[in-house]
Write a protein that binds this ligand. Sequence first.
Ligand code: PAF
Length: 270
Amino acid sequence: MKVIKNRKKIKRILKGSKSLSFIPTMGSLHNGHISLIKKAKRDKNKIIVSIFVNPKQFKNNRDYKSYPRNIYKDLNLLKKHKIDFVFLPSIKDIYSYKTKNKIYLNKFSKTLCGKYRPGHFEGVIDVVNRLVEIINPKKIYLGKKDFQQLILIKKHFSKNNIKIKIIECNTYRDSFGLAESSRNKSLSDNQLDIARKVAKILKKNKIIIKRNFGNYKLNNLKRQIKSLGLNKIEYLKLLNLKTLKYPKINEKFNIFIAYYLGKTRLIDNV
Ligand code: PAF
């Protein structure tokens, strides 16, 4: 496994690699990332993982600083999984060059998380665009847990005619149904227990909503979830995954949620 910290060096090393599979991360790796790695392994391409906690996608410096980091553990894990390249750029490496592509932010960025985290998706698209301009992969692996991010990256690639194949990966859940997230590491035992209950309620209510579409009151679900002892539900919405709008009767949909447990913000879509 080659660990490379410098932009120019990685460009030099990767120059001859035609079929790279790329997994962008902010580190603090968990089973969700491992499931992306396992999926990428099936392709037999060389795999590159980046670890870069991107300051541009955080609300403020405090948020950025408090994001969980564990670089030594991450590197050991990546070594164990026989990753070919790990890219650990500095902020200067990423942000000090002029990009080829212009950031395209589709209007879908204004809803759900975008409504509550101004500048977040712009930061995500900017960094992913910069990373792929440096790495030039054939495929990029992204999780469906961050569905809005996934769609916005897709739209940016398509607008800029970027020919990287996006491999959409299912959300990895623990045995209680809770989606893996680096932020879960910041939860107390009690908060973890609540988050697992939220996941369970969402799954159960999706079935109930399907049966009673039209009569179902989303506010009841909100009340049920809040009574578990959450600080705040930022949003709770149904969305058709294709039209990205409120679903019509008999259309497939997911329930999207963002909520706070203490200071920790969690998202999911079920
Ligand atoms: O999903 C993430 O971890 C980040 O948003 C990403 C895609 C690595 C960009 O910083």
